[in-house]
Structure formats: C-alpha cells, structure tokens
Design a protein around this ligand. Sequence first.
Ligand SMILES: Cc1cc2nc3c(=O)[nH]c(=O)nc-3n(C[C@H](O)[C@H](O)[C@H](O)COP(=O)(O)OP(=O)(O)OC[C@H]3O[C@@H](n4cnc5c(N)ncnc54)[C@H](O)[C@@H]3O)c2cc1C
Length: 383
Amino acid sequence: MISSNHALAAFNKREKIIVIGAGIIGTSIAYELSKMGAQVTLIDQKFPGSAASGSTFSWINATYPKKPYPYNFLSQLGIDAYKSLEKEINLKIKWGGSLEWFDSDEEQTTLMNEVNNLKKYPRYSAVDVINEREARNLEPGIDFKNKNIVFSRADGAIDTIHAINLMIENIEFNGGSVLYPCQFQGLKYTNGRLSSVETTIGELEAHQAIFATGIDSGRLLSIEMMKPSTPGIIVTSKPTENILNRIIVGPGVHIHQQTDGRIIFGEQTGAPSSHIDRLSDKPKEFPSEIFAQDHTNRIFDTAKTFMKKVEDLKVERVSIGWRPLPRDGIPIIGRLEGLSDVYVAVMHSGVSLAAIVGKLVSEEILSGSTNLLLKDFRPSRFN
Ligand SMILES: Cc1cc2nc3c(=O)[nH]c(=O)nc-3n(C[C@H](O)[C@H](O)[C@H](O)COP(=O)(O)OP(=O)(O)OC[C@H]3O[C@@H](n4cnc5c(N)ncnc54)[C@H](O)[C@@H]3O)c2cc1C
C-alpha cells in the first residue's frame, strides 16, 4: 500500500513550485514539499534567514497572547510539529518551558486573568502558576522577586538560523534547489495558468508560487494585509557555561540559552515612535558600535535586575529584527483569490508556527485541497 503522502507526490511531481523567501516559513514549506517529492525551488533576494528569521528571539510557544482559539490551537500543533521535525532532521531544540512574570501588581493581575482565560479553551498548552520557591528550584540564577510565576511547560526555543540551514541541506538532498541572491520580480501567465516567475537571475519555470516574503508580502502582492512592522533588538552572547535551563520571560526582557551555550536577549519594548522615521529603511544593524553598545547596556541593565552573571557575558552580535505583522494580528495563509496558482504565508510568531505551517501548506499545495485548520487564516478576509 502506498502512503497518502506518496500518492500526492506521484500525482504532482511534474509541477514546478517556487517558494519566494527563505525565512523560517518559506524554508519549512519548501522542506516539506521536497520531502513529498515535489520539484521545489526556494529563492531569496539576499540569503536564507536574512530578514526577521535571522534576528528573532526564537521562542516556540502557544501562550495566552495567541488568541482567539483557532490561532492558539494552531500554535499548540506548532509545538507538536517541532517534536517530529526535531527527530527528523536532528534539530536542536531547547525544551524546558518558559517562566513569565511582571514587576507591577497590575500587570501580574492581567497575566493571571489571561492564564485563566487560556484554560477555558477546549485544549491548551500545559500551564501552571507556581510560587517563587518552585520557580527558583527550576532556575536558580533568577531572582523572581517573590512573585507568582506562570510556568508554560511545553515551550521551547531554537536557533532559527541553524534550523533554516538544516532544512536547506535536506531540501537539496531531496532534489530541491535553493537560489540566492535571487529577487522575485513578477509572475508570468500562459493560457490563464502560472508558467514562470521572473527574477533577477532570469525566468524560472513555475506552476505554483508561494510567497513567504515576510514584511514585503503586502507590497509584493498589492494587498493591504500588513500593518507597519515594528523593530526589536536581539543581543546574542558568545557561548558560555550553562546558566539558564528555561525561557525567561522577565520584566522588560526575554532571555534564553541555546543548546550551543549562546544566550539570547530580546527586548520587550520596541523603539520609541520618535525613532521610527530614522528607522524608515529598516536597518538590521546599528550605524555604529557605540549605538549597539548603548542598546546592549540598556538591555543588560534590565536583565541584571533579575538575573545573575549578566556582567560576565561577552557580546557576539547585536541586531535589529523587523516583525512581519498581519493587519489583524492573525496569520495569513492560503491561496489568493483571483490570482491563480499563488499562495501566501505570512505571520508574526512565525518561529512558533513554522513546523506546522510547513506541513499544512505543503499538503494543501500538493493535494489542491483545503484544510479546515487553516480556514480562519485565509487572505480572502482582506478582500
Ligand atoms: C525581535 C523579534 C523577536 C521575535 N520573537 C519571536 C519569538 O520569540 N517567537 C516567534 O514565534 N516569533 C518571533 N518573532 C517573529 C518571527 O521571527 C517571524 O514571524 C518569522 O521570523 C517570520 O518568518 P518569515 O519566514 O515569514 O519571514 P522572514 O524571516 O522575514 O523571511 C522573508 C524572506 O523573504 C525574502 N524576500 C522578501 N522579498 C523578496 C523578493 N522580492 N524576492 C525574494 N525574496 C524576498 C527576504 O529576504 C526574507 O529572507 C520575532 C520577530 C522579531 C523581529
């Protein structure tokens, strides 16, 4: 008996599929397509992981901000999907859950209410409220300031660049191609069907095109589906001894330690609106060492208020990431109405969702079917 995946691939294997954008989303989609025997080419205007996915905090979660329920449920399936991807490609994932709390009583009350709301969902990701002593046992290097802590047990974190590179190795092993720098420039139709994608390196034959182009997606597809992107700063330390076991979602800064010993700091608040004009070109680096150092000092000073050994860390990289933000905060996944053979996948929390989105999108693309799990995320809501 042949499996349904093999049947799909056998049916579609002559279709050429171009995935535009080699962030974590496009790479995961291309990887899943290649696994099923599709003829897939992944392209990027710069290089894989050059945009949001290269400057992200990389926390995999299905916590309370993921609402309403269909979005939360998809995120829970996202965690499950990483468990199989982890084994499949030997991806290193730091599991262990996350610990979250706030300084102010008001924010703590809101947090606890959000957790209670989360628990009303038919299915929710394991979450408990624990006291300071319990939290300290889990994470001795953190001062929880006598607060109650939300422990989301199922959460994990990855090194997104490592994940992208691993999937690319597998795409190529499965017979797919990865081309960069190669910028998308246009779609070409023959007899009403997509026949090629025009790029800076020439025309690429294509029967289906998938846009996983992050913040550029609305502009490229001429659909008003995105709101302005906001920046976030990520500081990465050089590898160090193990000092953190879990993802720390502390007041003002998020912190985790990768399996390779690097510690990742992500600021919670973005740049003040007075800086947004200066940042209109969406730089990924600071204009000088001094700016990078100032921001690092600010983030480290916040971290020091609750974490030991921050002053011993050596900084390896400081980068600015730009979040792809759908207009209504919910992922945009599906075919475009009126533009046949074109599919889009753009979302915030794309790291949490990449593994499940890769699987669901590749199945829809190859089978031509629609999966009910994605019905709330269709781009047609912006028509
Ligand atoms: C500071 C920060 C922290 C974050 N923290 C988390 C977190 O902890 N957990 C989480 O789940 N999410 C987090 N996110 C969000 C997450 O990083 C993004 O949702 C995710 O990386 C988006 O992936 P993507 O592949 O859709 O887009 P991107 O990574 O932006 O990739 C899009 C790619 O498309 C390419 N492209 C664009 N236009 C073209 C063109 N014309 N031709 C060819 N290629 C093109 C770009 O070069 C780029 O490589 C964070 C984001 C930021 C910025």
